[in-house]
Design a protein around this ligand. Structure first.
Ligand SMILES: Cc1cc2nc3c(=O)[nH]c(=O)nc-3n(C[C@H](O)[C@H](O)[C@H](O)COP(=O)(O)O)c2cc1C
Length: 217
C-alpha cells in the first residue's frame, strides 16, 4: 500500500453528530424500527440501502461474507435471493446460523442481525423470479454461481446459449435458484454519536417478546 494511503487510513477521523437513538423514541418492535431506518436511508438518497453483508460459517467454523440485496421483510424475517448451489448456499446447507450487516454511511447507522435461515416457499421464489428483468432471469440460468470458469467468454457463451434456447419463451426459474428468509432473534441498531459515545440498542427475542437493552459503545 502506498505510504500516503497508509497515512490516510491511520489518521482519518469522522465525528458522528447527526442523530441520536434514544429508548423513548424507538419502536418496541425491531422490524418496525428497521423499516423506519431503511426508509430513511432510501429517502436520504442511498440507492443501495437494501444491500447488506451476509456472513455464513462453514463446517470448519470458517466465516465468509458477501453483499446481497434485501428483497422483503416479512414472515418474521429478512428475505434475499441467490443460487442455492453457490458457496454461500453450500455453507447454509451445513450451518443455518448467519449474520446480516447493514451500513448506512450518510446516516451514520449500522444494523446488525443474527438469525437462522429457512427456505422461502417455492411459490414465492417463482413469483419473485418471474418479476425480474429477462436478462437477470437468463443470467440465473447461465451462471453456476461460485464455480471456477475458464474465461469471461465461457460465461458469455452460456448466456448466449440460454438466450437462444428461450427465444420467445418464458424463462423458467432454475431449481437451484430461490429465496432464503433469515429468522432473527437478535437485532442491534447502532447510531454514531459524538466523541465515540455511540447509541447501541439491542433487541433480543425472549418468550415471544422483544427485550430491549442498551449496549456500551
Ligand atoms: C451490491 C451487490 C448486490 C448483490 N446482490 C446479490 C444478491 O442479491 N444475491 C446474490 O446471490 N449475490 C449478490 N451479489 C453478489 C455476491 O456478493 C456474491 O458475489 C455472490 O452471491 C457469490 O457469493 P458466494 O460465492 O459466497 O456464494 C451482490 C453483490 C453486490 C456488490
Amino acid at each position: 500500500m502506498k505510504p500516503e494511503l497508509k497515512d490516510k487510513i491511520k489518521s482519518i477521523r469522522q465525528d458522528y453528530t447527526k442523530f441520536q437513538l434514544l429508548e423513548e423514541n424507538i419502536s418496541s418492535d425491531p422490524f418496525i424500527q428497521f423499516g423506519i431506518w431503511l426508509h430513511e436511508a432510501f429517502e436520504n438518497g442511498d440507492e443501495a440501502a437494501n444491500a447488506f453483508s451476509l456472513s455464513t460459517v462453514n463446517e470448519f467454523n470458517t466465516p465468509s461474507s458477501r453483499i446481497v440485496l434485501l428483497r422483503d421483510v416479512s414472515h418474521g424475517g429478512f428475505t434475499f435471493f441467490t443460487n442455492y448451489a453457490s458457496h454461500k448456499g453450500k455453507e447454509i446447507e451445513k450451518n443455518k446460523h448467519v449474520s446480516l450487516l447493514f451500513f448506512w454511511k450518510e446516516l451514520q447507522r449500522q444494523v446488525r442481525i443474527e438469525g437462522t435461515i429457512e427456505f422461502l416457499s417455492e411459490g414465492e421464489s417463482i413469483e419473485y423470479f418471474n418479476s425480474r428483468p429477462r436478462e437477470s432471469q437468463l443470467a440465473a440460468l447461465a451462471s453456476q454461481q461460485s464455480e471456477v470458469i475458464d474465461s469471461r467468454n465461457e460465461l458469455e457463451d452460456f448466456f448466449l446459449n440460454v438466450t437462444k434456447l428461450y427465444t420467445n419463451k418464458d424463462v423458467p426459474k432454475p431449481n437451484h435458484w430461490g429465496g432464503y428468509v433469515v429468522i432473527s432473534s437478535k437485532i442491534e441498531f447502532w447510531q454514531g454519536r459524538a466523541s465515540r459515545l455511540h447509541d447501541r440498542i439491542q433487541y433480543t427475542l425472549l418468550n415471544n417478546s422483544w427485550k430491549i437493552d442498551r449496549l456500551s459503545p
